[in-house]
Design a protein. Structure first.
Length: 113
């Protein structure tokens, strides 16, 4: 299983009028970062492109301006055609679970043209 960990500081650019991070920001980051659990180990010399075929999120808590989020991502299973990934988002200050996500990516080898 391939594993990645990323941190993201919540700034004024990504919060609502009450100072809480917009859920869409967490969703976009999970979409991108879950797939990176696959790309780094397997994208050595092979040019892949991919599309998210299925994705779901569950939110358990919130985060606010000044918090740091920790994204923990794992490859559940993958081959040259598709990959299944999961991600968890924690608030760094107290290790509270903020959100979880699951994703299915479909891969295609890029043309050399």
């Amino acid at each position: 299983m391939d594993h990645t960990v990323f941190e993201f500081d919540i700034t004024e650019d990504v919060v609502d009028e009450d100072g809480y991070v917009a859920r869409g920001v967490i969703e976009v980051l999970l979409d991108t970062l879950m797939g990176l659990a696959f790309w780094e180990p397997y994208n050595r010399g092979i040019k892949f492109t991919g599309v998210t075929a299925d994705m779901s999120f569950t939110f358990m808590d919130s985060a606010k301006l000044g918090d740091t989020l920790v994204f923990v991502n794992d490859t559940i299973k993958s081959n040259e055609f598709k990959g299944f990934f999961k991600g968890e988002v924690y608030r760094k200050s107290d290790n509270a679970l903020i959100a979880t996500g699951k994703q299915t990516l479909i891969f295609k080898i890029r043309s050399k043209i």
